[in-house]
Design a protein around this ligand. Structure first.
Ligand SMILES: NC(=O)c1ccc[n+]([C@@H]2O[C@H](COP(=O)([O-])OP(=O)(O)OC[C@H]3O[C@@H](n4cnc5c(N)ncnc54)[C@H](O)[C@@H]3O)[C@@H](O)[C@H]2O)c1
Length: 330
């Protein structure tokens, strides 16, 4: 039995769907602040509404089920908000998981898969980013995640917790069959934001900075498909179940795509012209964030399968034009 926190969110729900299809028994714990009940599509998955910081609830869940591992997605992930309201991020992303870890220690559950982020690297000095690149986050969100990486390492020393910290780059795309997808509110991720400019759900896309030291002057990111992320979690769980040691690995494609290239890919996939406004740079945006994902291959035998950005954009567009029009009801 696996406990998945934040499993009703974007990446969590795609992962839960894959793990359930592989026959794992899953309990999702989500306080539904940003989660969607309809994103849990497998009837065998139990959804518990509650907070990862709730000791009493956690204890009753661990008494009821024998969890072999925890997959921890639950967190807040708006970088800008973390700057204006840092305590909200330190409370939810760093402090609340302590309750979860305390209960895991109490019940002898010692395997933990953690959603970390490329934001822990801050402004990297070299590209591509390896796991050896210095972690020097430049905002409270990145720091709130890095602190949990450190806490996990300390728990390993103290009571033998083994963890895989999966440092995702830019999660993107939606399920291939269009059944589940990305529904953030507000939406800050580039691909859905560009698509929303086409559907009229949002105004023109503002491009933040056109004078970066990149070939077309716009920022470059590594877009990793959500189904590839889901597959990496399955591998990380296997690795821990087989007795594998703790790991910190980048999850990206290794391919850098600029903002202008995303807009061009959207125009090609949809056949429509994206309304765009060119604006100044936004504080705290590194010019490039691109992963060296080779360690994940060496240690987890995982690599991204979705490396064609137009295919990724197509999956997001399909979700937006599907029966739900890119939105869950809840
Ligand atoms: N989306 C990305 O590009 C990206 C990149 C790097 C890392 N991450 C990390 O991956 C994880 C998932 O991201 P996402 O895009 O799916 O976000 P999301 O907001 O869609 O999912 C997070 C889920 O966690 C739940 N949650 C939040 N706080 C909770 C709490 N205290 N108790 C219980 N549930 C809680 C929310 O309701 C939501 O369903 C996050 O930890 C995020 O920091 C995301």
């Amino acid at each position: 039995m696996i406990l998945v926190t934040g499993g009703a969110g974007y990446i969590g729900s795609h992962t839960v769907r894959l793990l359930a299809a592989q026959g794992l028994r899953i309990v999702v714990l989500d306080n539904m602040v940003y989660g969607h009940e309809e994103a849990i599509v497998d009837d065998a998955v139990q959804l518990v509404r509650g907070d990862i910081g709730d000791h009493t609830l956690l204890r009753s869940l661990f008494e009821e089920h024998k969890f072999s591992a925890v997959v921890h997605f639950a967190a807040f992930a708006y970088v800008g908000e973390s700057v204006t309201n840092p305590l909200k991020y330190y409370r939810n992303n760093t402090s609340a998981p302590l309750a979860l870890l305390e209960i895991m220690q109490e019940f002898g559950c010692r395997q933990f898969v953690f959603s970390s982020t490329c934001a822990t690297y801050g402004v990297p000095t070299t590209i591509p980013i390896t796991e050896e690149t210095v972690q020097s986050p430049i905002n409270p969100y990145g720091r709130s995640k890095l602190m949990l990486e450190w806490i996990l390492a300390d728990c390993e020393t103290a009571w033998g917790l083994r963890s895989t910290c999966l440092r995702y780059f830019n999660a993107s795309g939606c399920s291939a069959d269009g059944v589940i997808g990305e529904d953030h509110n507000p939406e800050t991720h580039l691909i859905p934001r560009v698509l929303m400019a086409l559907t009229g759900e949002a105004g023109p896309v503002e491009v933040f900075g056109t004078d970066y030291p990149t070939p077309d002057g716009t920022c470059i990111r590594d877009y990793i498909h959500v189904e590839d992320l889901a597959a990496a979690h399955a591998r990380a769980l296997d690795h821990l179940a087989e007795g594998g040691e703790s790991l910190r690995v980048n999850l990206g494609t290794g391919i850098g795509i600029s903002v202008k290239e995303i807009i061009a890919a959207v125009e090609k996939v949809t056949g429509k012209t994206v309304p765009v406004v060119m604006g100044p740079r936004r504080a705290g945006d590194p010019a490039q964030l691109v992963a060296d994902p080779s360690l994940a291959w060496r240690r987890l035998q995982w690599r991204a399968k979705h490396t064609n950005i137009e295919e990724t954009v197509k999956s997001a567009w399909q979700w937006m034009n599907g029966p739900r029009n890119g939105r869950y009801n809840s």
